[in-house]
Ligand binder design. Structure first.
Ligand code: PEP
Ligand code: MN
Length: 366
């Protein structure tokens, strides 16, 4: 992935030595609801970002769609009363304008907006030259380019305090989740943009309080920078996402049990053991790359013979045998079928690519 975001590194603007927490209700419903929820959160947390949706993108009309502009003022009151930073979702230029007028500190772009480059561009244009902080949720489907594209559009108009939020993906089968997490894709984003904060919205992934601790710990173990957790003083009466919101007390109890991990340790014994193991890994990696190159050279030679003898590049029987043999071998050595299959698919695709080039070339010498 082309990493060309011109952003301010998260180490400069995120809280130091503590996770970034977005807590607060799905939607702003009334001044009392916001106040009671914020009061509950403030009993246990100081430096959090208070989230609340003011304009709610709902799948069906006639659901609660947020109270819009008037509730922005209630959010400002929460900021003044509790000292929390305030965050809300924006989906068009008018939302941006009203949110900035109300001194909302952090804007986020929702999953249903990230999917549409036209919307994202309009939002970006309305932020041109504004020193704002914007988080971008992943699009509804697992397309990392759309997610990155939205970040780039905002960056292109000068937004330098950018972040990403992994809120899970809507697949045909979401297993136990409301939206399936895609940890591999989140790691891919982190790898491409190490200075970009990545927050995990555990509420929209989980859809139910039971899964929230497990999903949160998984995000922490993948070195994410923080969590977004929908919190309501009385979830039963919430006007949106009632089933997944936590009370402030339940929130505090579960957060206390999470184990935040550092990405290094000063323990010398740990470091020297790690170093030894890493040396072994490095050796194996060298051999792996050498052997892959040898394997591709053989594939090249075979490609030339196939061409000379007018034989197809894909030899299905042979490929299925290789795959089966490798899966069985992997299985007997504790490697999962999924891993070996994926690995061999990548290797085989590359062999096919090389042999196809040879088929196309005029007089390939091997
Ligand atoms: C929300 O945060 O309440 C929300 C609507 O999120 P998403 O865009 O992830 O569905
Ligand atoms: Mn919600």
């Amino acid at each position: 992935m082309n990493n060309n975001l011109d952003i301010i590194s998260k180490s400069i603007w995120l809280p130091k030595d503590e996770p970034t927490y977005f807590f607060g209700p799905c939607s702003a419903e009334s001044p009392e609801q916001l106040y009671e929820t914020a009061k509950g959160i403030a009993r246990n947390f100081k430096n959090v970002i208070f989230r609340a949706g003011v304009w709610k993108p709902r799948t069906r009309p006639n659901s609660f769609e947020g109270l819009g502009e008037e509730s922005l003022n209630w959010l400002r009151d929460i900021k003044n009363e509790f000292g929390f930073k305030i965050a809300t979702e924006v989906a068009n230029a008018e939302h941006v304008e009203k949110a900035l007028e109300a001194e909302i500190d952090i804007l986020w772009i929702g999953a249903r907006t990230t999917v549409n480059p036209f919307y994202v561009q309009t939002i970006a244009e309305s932020l041109r030259g504004v020193d704002s902080t914007v988080f971008v949720k992943n699009p509804l489907h697992p397309d990392i380019s759309l997610w990155v594209g939205a970040l780039e559009r905002l960056n292109n108009v000068g937004i330098k305090k950018l972040g990403a939020i992994h809120r899970g993906f809507h697949l045909s089968d979401n297993g136990p989740f409301r939206n399936s997490p895609n940890w591999a894709l989140a790691v891919q984003l982190k790898t491409a943009f190490p200075n970009l904060p990545l927050i995990c919205d555990v509420s929209h992934i989980s859809g139910t309080p039971d899964l929230i601790p497990l999903v949160s710990q998984r995000a922490i173990d993948l070195d994410m920078d923080g969590l977004m957790v929908e919190t309501h003083y009385n979830p039963k009466v919430a006007l949106s996402d009632a089933e997944q919101q936590l009370t402030p007390d339940d929130l505090a109890n579960y957060i206390k049990k999470l184990i935040w991990k550092k990405n290094e340790s000063s323990n010398l014994d740990f470091r020297s053991k790690l170093e030894l193991l890493r040396e072994e890994i490095d050796k194996i990696d060298d051999e792996l790359v050498d052997q892959l190159a040898n394997r591709m050279n053989l594939a090249k030679q075979i490609g030339a013979y196939k061409k000379e003898n007018n034989v197809t590049v894909l030899q299905l029987d042979r490929w299925l045998k290789i795959l089966q043999k490798s899966v069985n071998q992997g299985n007997s050595m504790g490697l999962s079928e999924e891993f070996v299959t994926q690995l061999y698919n990548v290797i085989h695709d590359e062999s096919i690519r090389i042999q196809t080039l040879i088929q196309k070339s005029k007089n390939e010498k091997v």
